[in-house]
Design a protein around this ligand. Structure first.
Ligand code: UDP
Length: 236
């Protein structure tokens, strides 16, 4: 598979065309941003962690019946993926209150939610990714009704899977963000699942084992990403 010209460079990844128009190569970077790009930095080897971890998780999700963009892991930083058109939605599932949810609703971080809570943001940096609901999505034609139904179904399937998956590594899944794309007109899971996009708290110590270490300057950022990958690779 030949890596051709760069199609796009995002905050954490570059996407390249290949000689097959239906396939892209994603190349994960070490760049980190937070607060809509206001905070910038580098987390050494983050790209390797996020690339390898996403490949492990996506492969297992496929087995559980969630279609994903994964084709194959190519190297430490590169994965061959299906060429999707990303839907402009951040799909967030929460099991425990944290981050913007805690702030918005005045709920202390760490409060277990009585049921998993699905939330959407409109992916739009200029607007600061505003929170939107199902009716907004349909009214603005960000997704068709049957696509939205599938997104909701897959999001909860991903949540059920990830809770168990991370528990095997002594990590509590607090919340996460996923993105979907269209491939041959079908909704499939795309983007990544990594410590950049999940909140993971150590089961025993409650320690934050995710991007909040970078966002909140908690220290040991690189080491924590490495530790999460090591645990996940050992237990999967
Ligand atoms: N998240 C993400 N990208 C974003 C916003 C959120 O990956 O642009 C993830 C974040 O890491 C967390 C979950 O989505 O696991 C919920 O994030 P929240 O809405 O609480 O926003 P934050 O507090 O991160 O601004």
């Amino acid at each position: 598979m030949q890596k051709l010209e760069q199609l796009y460079e995002g905050k954490a990844k570059k996407v390249f065309k290949t000689d097959d128009p239906k396939l892209y190569i994603v190349d994960y970077k070490d760049d980190a941003t937070a607060f809509n790009g206001e905070k910038k930095g580098t987390i050494a080897s983050k790209g390797v962690v996020n690339n390898r971890m996403s490949a492990i998780i996506f492969a297992q999700l496929e087995e559980k019946g969630v279609p994903t963009h994964l084709v194959e892991l190519l190297s430490d930083r590169e994965t061959l993926v299906k060429a999707v058109k990303i839907l402009p939605l951040e799909v967030i599932v929460r099991n425990v209150a944290a981050g913007s949810f805690s702030k918005r609703y005045g709920v202390e971080e760490g409060r277990k939610l009585v049921k998993p809570c699905l939330e959407f943001s409109y992916k739009n940096d200029d607007l600061g990714d505003p929170l939107i609901n199902d009716d907004h999505i349909l009214a603005l034609e960000l997704a068709a009704p049957e696509q939205l139904d599938l997104i909701r179904k897959y999001a909860f399937m991903v949540n059920d899977f990830l809770i168990e998956f991370f528990l095997k590594s002594d990590l509590n899944l607090i919340d996460f963000k996923i993105e979907f794309g269209l491939f041959d007109g079908k909704v499939i899971l795309a983007d990544e699942i990594s410590p950049d996009t999940c909140r993971l708290w150590d089961v025993h110590t409650g320690e934050k084992m995710d991007k909040d270490r970078f966002r909140r300057d908690l220290g040991n950022v690189e080491e924590t990403y490495q530790e999460v990958l090591a645990r996940v690779e050992k237990n999967s």
